[in-house]
Design a protein around this ligand. Structure first.
Ligand SMILES: Cc1cc2nc3c(=O)[nH]c(=O)nc-3n(C[C@H](O)[C@H](O)[C@H](O)COP(=O)(O)OP(=O)(O)OC[C@H]3O[C@@H](n4cnc5c(N)ncnc54)[C@H](O)[C@@H]3O)c2cc1C
Length: 294
């Protein structure tokens, strides 16, 4: 089993007994040109737990890529799930925010929906899954991510101790996608602009390689595209000797693959037996064909 770092089950394991909530779009605004923040409300958020920022939720879409807006539709048939991060939750206001990175002509059902949703729209949400937070006891911190990992990375920065030291290396699709982030003064934020996300899996790693390593043991947190993740993982493990317990590293999407296909690739990366890989891949390809037929 090729496991290095905290094991991230968010894609490769089904959520046990999903408790789907109907959530209602309150508003939708652009944080930056390629990042859409959708704020949800609704009665079903009444029992949504607090302190799950950085944890994941699953949003439900039909096989044809339409948002599933009520529980009846789920019982009728199969659906696609898309994984997103709880960026913020305010129980008093009953508001939950999710930041969706938009990926232009490559938008799948989730990004397409986020780009056009309006107040009053509903969608089903499963979760939340566990938070993805660094160990705040570490000597220093290295956080890295692209626009899919930025919401969880930002949650991490916000909760670091005031005296935290280290780096946040963030890949964005354009200069205008750099955001103002709340972070301790000792955390240096470095932006990498990659106009073709996924097509240059070296970009994030090159910036990480150029960092001057600090004294002591860091906690490393990485969430980005699959190819980029693999490069960074090899570098951190083999050249920097980072131990498994001091790292969270996960791919949040894969270039030219839908979430269903990416899930298959993650299982293969984690060492699944070949015959199962073939079956999963066939299933993911069928799901993609249905999407393309819509
Ligand atoms: C634990 C976890 C948390 C996540 N949190 C967030 C989050 O808060 N915000 C967020 O934006 N994403 C997040 N993601 C990533 C998100 O789930 C994927 O990007 C997802 O594939 C988007 O679904 P889609 O329907 O738009 O595209 P899909 O149907 O899955 O894919 C369609 C096409 O879009 C491409 N694509 C998918 N994602 C991207 C991307 N980010 N950039 C460029 N091309 C892409 C695929 O390669 C494919 O060619 C998270 C993933 C995980 C595992």
């Amino acid at each position: 089993m090729l496991v290095f770092g905290q094991v991230d089950f968010s894609l490769i394991e089904p959520m046990s007994k999903p408790n789907y909530r109907v959530i209602v779009v309150k508003d939708s605004v652009k944080v930056t040109p390629n990042m859409q923040r959708v704020t949800f409300t609704g009665d079903d958020l009444a029992d949504f737990p607090e302190n799950y920022e950085s944890g994941y939720v699953k949003l439900l879409f039909s096989q044809q890529g339409q948002a599933i807006g009520d529980k009846e539709q789920v019982e009728k048939g199969k659906y696609l799930r898309r994984t997103y991060t709880v960026r913020a939750f305010n129980r008093e206001a009953s508001e939950l925010a999710i930041d969706f990175s938009l990926h232009g002509s490559k938008n799948g059902p989730a990004a397409t929906w986020a780009n056009s949703t309006k107040s009053g729209d509903t969608i089903l949400m499963g979760g939340p899954g566990p938070t993805k937070l660094v160990d705040n006891q570490a000597d220093w911190f290295l956080l890295a991510g692209d626009m899919s990992g930025l919401p969880a990375l930002a949650c991490n920065l916000e909760q670091l101790p005031e005296n935290a030291q280290g780096y946040a290396v963030i890949e964005v699709a354009s200069e205008a996608d750099k955001q103002d982030l709340k972070a301790p003064a000792g955390m240096l934020i470095k932006w990498v602009v990659n106009e073709k996300p996924g097509e240059n899996p070296e970009a994030l790693m090159e910036e990480i390689k150029a960092l001057s390593w600090k004294a002591g043991t860091p906690y490393v947190w990485v969430a980005c595209e699959f190819g980029a993740m693999k490069n960074i993982r090899d570098y951190l493990k083999n050249s920097r000797g980072i131990e498994s317990e001091n790292i969270y590293i996960s791919s949040y999407w894969k270039f030219d693959r839908t979430e269903e296909e990416h899930k298959v690739d993650k299982r293969i990366d984690a060492g699944a037996p070949p015959f199962i890989q073939v079956l999963w891949d066939i299933k993911a390809k069928c799901q993609k064909l249905l999407l393309l037929k819509k």
